[in-house]
Ligand binder design. Structure first.
Ligand SMILES: Cc1cc2nc3c(=O)[nH]c(=O)nc-3n(C[C@H](O)[C@H](O)[C@H](O)COP(=O)(O)OP(=O)(O)OC[C@H]3O[C@@H](n4cnc5c(N)ncnc54)[C@H](O)[C@@H]3O)c2cc1C
Ligand SMILES: NC(=O)c1ccc[n+]([C@@H]2O[C@H](COP(=O)([O-])OP(=O)(O)OC[C@H]3O[C@@H](n4cnc5c(N)ncnc54)[C@H](O)[C@@H]3O)[C@@H](O)[C@H]2O)c1
Length: 446
């Protein structure tokens, strides 16, 4: 019998890697994890958490305006970017410490350095060779930056949390999660925002009616959109960056933010030395158990490019640890995955869109509620919420729920339980409304 330094070696202490390490160690495994940047990974250090805190910080801009209609006189209000930035980064530091404590208290050995494969059972971290019976790759993804002249003048979501000053003008490339979230943040904070996207719409893959609603509201708020737009090059100017489009036009900006997707972190990992195969899209190829082409090597999270969300990476990591060292062999269910765009207003979505349900079930019933939230009415804020339920006609099951409006992500999480449980529209209707709320619309749709 060959002996190894560890039962499990995890590469990457982000969402998936930390969960897998902690659970495996709890099952009695001898675990080590390598992290080349900061324990916590993208979500904690430069993703979900600081982003959501900026969303909260930015929303005071509208709340303070609306407050007047509710009788509050707020004189001399002013926003200070360094205060928000530094408080957010302080919270990130606190969480980073908590994640490290979690690893330490679970007797997981943390190696602060970059890990690369030497062979299928050996990794090197800063020149030190370590062997393991099982290896888990949880290296995440990084922002994609297209290869156009001057691309390096732009920043990515990695840098956006550290800006020295609040930019007067921001151009954001992309029409997905990150682009719409930061368009909302910067616009509320007072920057002049332009979102440019190569396709003619935003939020591809989302229920189109909701994406259209976000576009309409964002335009009404004053965010500029340049859609169906090709980027030619970025040029440094005396006071910022000039963005040149393929139609010959240009726009000047202080900050250019790339938000055109994320690519799996596979480069320089030595995956060839270990014999780990990649998919056609350059992600680590895995089966439903997150097992790679090498049976004792697993991969979870963004590096596998399945669904790039933290709760998915966490579940995948947990399932691997349970499978290898626990008593429960289970698989992640990807069929009902709630997700949200923390734009202004935010969107929440779970299950199938109308188009997907038509493909899957043939006949579907659609129920919508298009309403102005009570708070917006008194605030004279002409922003309507839109809720949409997708029901499979034959079974009456609710197979999709899609919402845009205040607090949609908070409401959507509860709806996801109902959809996961396979509840029917009749059961939604049987539920007594909670009045006065926005979410009561979910049980009142006729
Ligand atoms: C701006 C932004 C906002 C987001 N908001 C949300 C949100 O609101 N909700 C949500 O669910 N998801 C959100 N996401 C996505 C979420 O952050 C990711 O899906 C999640 O972090 C993936 O977890 P992971 O474990 O696969 O990788 P990560 O969390 O990225 O962890 C990978 C870790 O591996 C390390 N690493 C890489 N290579 C090596 C190596 N060779 N050696 C050692 N260490 C290595 C990295 O430094 C990193 O710490 C957001 C992402 C971004 C960028
Ligand atoms: N709230 C959340 O849960 C949240 C927030 C942020 C990020 N994330 C995760 O991180 C991932 C990455 O976020 P994202 O916003 O960068 O990606 P995304 O996939 O959401 O959107 C990418 C956008 O870039 C455009 N695009 C792609 N390639 C391009 C190219 N070569 N040139 C020009 N445009 C191009 C696409 O049309 C799309 O509009 C998301 O897919 C999501 O899974 C989640």
């Amino acid at each position: 019998m060959t002996s190894f330094d560890h039962d499990l070696f995890v590469i990457g202490a982000g969402s998936g890697g930390v969960r897998a390490s902690r659970i495996a160690s709890g099952h009695g495994a001898n675990v080590a994890v390598a992290e080349e940047f900061r324990v916590g990974g993208t979500c904690v250090i430069r993703g979900c958490v600081p982003k959501k805190l900026l969303v909260y910080g930015a929303h005071f801009a509208e709340d303070l305006v609306d407050a007047k209609r509710f009788g509050w006189q707020i004189e001399g209000k002013a926003f200070d970017w360094p205060t928000l930035r530094d408080n957010v980064l302080g919270e990130v530091d606190r969480l980073n410490g908590l994640y490290q404590n979690t690893l330490d208290s679970h007797q997981v050995t943390t190696l602060h350095g970059r890990a690369t494969f030497i062979d299928a059972h050996t990794v090197a971290v800063d020149g030190k060779r370590i062997t393991a019976k099982h290896i888990l790759v949880a290296t995440g993804a990084r922002p994609f930056v297209p290869d156009i002249p001057g691309a390096e003048l732009g920043i990515t979501s990695n840098e956006v949390f550290h800006l020295p000053t609040l930019p007067r003008r921001v151009v954001i490339a992309g029409g997905g999660y990150i682009a719409n979230e930061f368009a909302g943040i910067f616009h509320e904070l007072g920057s002049d925002v332009t979102l440019i996207n190569r396709s003619e719409s935003i939020l591809r893959g989302w229920e189109p009616a909701l994406a259209d609603r976000l576009l309409t509201i964002s335009v009404a708020k004053g965010i500029n959109f340049k859609l169906s737009c090709g980027l030619e090059r970025l040029e440094k100017t005396a006071d910022g960056i000039r963005v040149h489009f393929t139609d010959g036009k240009s726009v000047d900006t202080d900050v250019f933010l790339w938000a055109v997707g994320r690519r799996p972190n596979v480069e320089g990992l030595g995956l060839e030395a270990a014999g780990v195969a990649l998919s056609e899209t350059g992600a680590i190829q895995v089966d439903a158990d997150s097992q790679t082409s090498v049976p004792h090597i697993y991969a979870v999270g963004d590096v596998t490019d399945r669904i790039q969300l933290t709760p998915i990476a966490i579940r995948e990591g947990h399932a691997v640890a349970d499978r290898l060292f626990g008593t429960r062999d289970w698989r992640v269910d990807y069929s009902v995955v709630p997700s949200a765009v923390f734009s202004n207003p935010p969107l929440g979505s779970v299950g199938m869109t109308e188009a997907q349900a038509k493909n899957a079930y043939g006949t579907v019933k659609i129920f919508t509620s298009d309403f102005r939230p009570m708070r917006n009415v008194l605030a004279n804020r002409n922003e309507r919420a839109l809720y949409k339920l997708v029901v499979a006609a034959a079974s009456d099951k609710v197979v999709g729920a899609h919402m845009i409006g205040p607090d949609s992500p908070e409401i959507l999480q509860a709806v996801a339980i109902a959809i996961k449980a396979g509840l029917t529209k009749a059961q939604f209707d049987d539920t007594v409304a909670l009045h006065p709320t926005m979410s009561e619309e979910l049980v009142l749709m006729k």
